[in-house]
Design a protein around this ligand. Structure first.
Ligand code: HEM
Length: 392
């Protein structure tokens, strides 16, 4: 029997794409470590899973991100981890905050903040720290109406909650993550209390006054919701900014091309989302026995839906390992599909496009700086967490 792939091993995390390609060819539905989860790697099968929430439940988030050592993880009690009908009711509440109108209203503020941050990119910098974290933190802070002094904490909160593993790496690690969850919930509880006293024009106030089937949301439901929005809007966009700039720093001709024609920022973002998008896998749990690509998956199994592999499926894209600005990659799966498809997709695209327009306008060159490029170690999202760049 072939040795099982460990999706958390450093060699897999460093570059999972060749392993994804091998999986698609020889074992498109197979078990992987840790824990013998089932991985689904081909485009058609990924789409099948996402189109069938009754068979593949989003309670998979609970199985993946709330192991017993954690206690309570607000993320896995939020909308992203719910199935219909509870999911359907909650989803209606937030779509307004992330639609085209809201995104257009935010665009000038995003551009101003991107200009400010770009002004500090002098010489050698860690791009993640200096730009890729603060920009999405600012945006989600604006939407939720959170105090800007808290932005510096957002990323640590997000990192620790998204990186939860079946076992903690140490007792200290376990204590740290539990403290982070308590800290984040405690802070958001204060924000909710303040908005109850003095409502504002923001998502927190909207949630307090929202009614679902004639009932207001409970305090816990509001907190779970806010944690989910904070994490969903942060981690992914930071990684897309980082991966985009890493690619451009190592492909100077492409940087030149974007500098020459700012309209190319949009197709660049689309192809980057397909080629090396941040959302690698989504967790689902089977509600019944199901046969997929000839493999029988038992009920109650944790399934990893490999979006990043589907986005490189050779049966769907010609020459999928080539970055092709002319590909028109719309229709790829970087934001998921179906009832849980990302509600922040317009916003995320706008943030990264604006950032690229600002950066290509300001800098003639960008290249790799001294120091190590480090990647995160989570199963669900992937991107650089340290990216030394030199701007000139
Ligand atoms: C859901 C990706 C940015 C809010 C999702 C899903 C994916 C995804 C793949 C589907 C989850 C599932 O099916 O289980 C991304 C990527 C982003 C990004 C790649 C950036 C490049 C954002 C932003 C926000 C956001 C900026 C908002 C601030 C959400 C929410 C959901 C979601 C609320 C849950 C939707 C539901 O359960 O119905 N995202 N996302 N995302 N995303 Fe995003």
């Amino acid at each position: 029997m072939e040795e099982r792939i460990n999706v958390l091993s450093p060699s897999f995390r460093a570059n999972p794409y060749p392993r994804y390609a091998a999986m698609r060819t020889s074992s498109p539905v197979c078990q992987v470590d840790p824990g013998g989860m089932w991985a689904v790697s081909r485009w058609d099968d990924v789409l099948f899973v996402l189109k069938n929430p009754a068979l593949f439940s989003s309670q998979g988030f609970k199985a993946a991100l709330e192991p017993p050592w954690i206690g309570y993880n607000p993320l896995v009690h939020s909308m992203v981890a719910l199935d219909p009908p509870a999911h359907t009711r909650l989803r209606g509440l937030v779509t307004r905050a992330f639609g085209g109108g809201a995104t257009r209203r935010l665009a000038p503020k995003v551009e101003r903040r991107a200009e400010e941050l770009a002004g500090k990119l002098v010489g050698d910098v860690d791009f993640v720290e200096a730009f890729a974290i603060p920009l999405p933190a600012f945006v989600i802070g604006e939407i939720l109406g959170l105090d800007s002094s808290l932005h510096v904490h957002f990323k640590r909160w997000a990192d620790e909650i998204v990186a939860i593993t079946p076992e903690p790496s140490s007792a200290e690690h376990a204590a740290q993550v539990r403290t982070t969850i308590a800290e984040l919930s405690g802070y958001l509880r204060q924000v909710v209390a303040a908005r109850r006293q003095a409502p504002a024009d923001d998502t927190v106030s909207d949630l307090i006054h929202a009614e679902v089937d004639g009932h207001s949301l409970t305090e816990e439901e509001i907190l779970d919701f806010l944690v989910m929005l904070l994490l969903a809007g942060l981690e992914t966009t930071t990684h897309l900014l980082g991966s985009s700039m890493l690619f451009l720093a190592t492909h100077p001709a492409l940087w030149e091309k974007l500098r020459g024609d700012p309209a190319l920022a949009s197709p660049f973002v689309e192809e980057m989302l397909r080629y090396d998008g941040p959302a690698h896998a989504l967790p689902r749990i089977t509600t019944a026995e199901v046969t997929l690509a000839g493999m029988t998956i038992p009920p109650g199994s944790l399934v990893l839906v490999l979006l990043a592999s589907a986005n490189r499926d050779e049966h769907h894209y010609a020459d999928p390992d080539r970055f092709d600005l002319d590909r028109a990659a719309q229709g790829s799966l970087p934001f998921g599909h179906g009832i849980h498809a990302c509600i922040g997709a317009l916003l995320a695209r706008m943030e990264v496009r604006t950032a690229l327009e600002v950066l290509t306008r300001r800098f003639r060159r960008v290249e790799l700086g001294a120091g190590e490029i480090r990647y995160n170690r989570t199963i669900l999202v992937r991107g650089p967490v340290a990216l030394p760049l030199r701007f000139s």
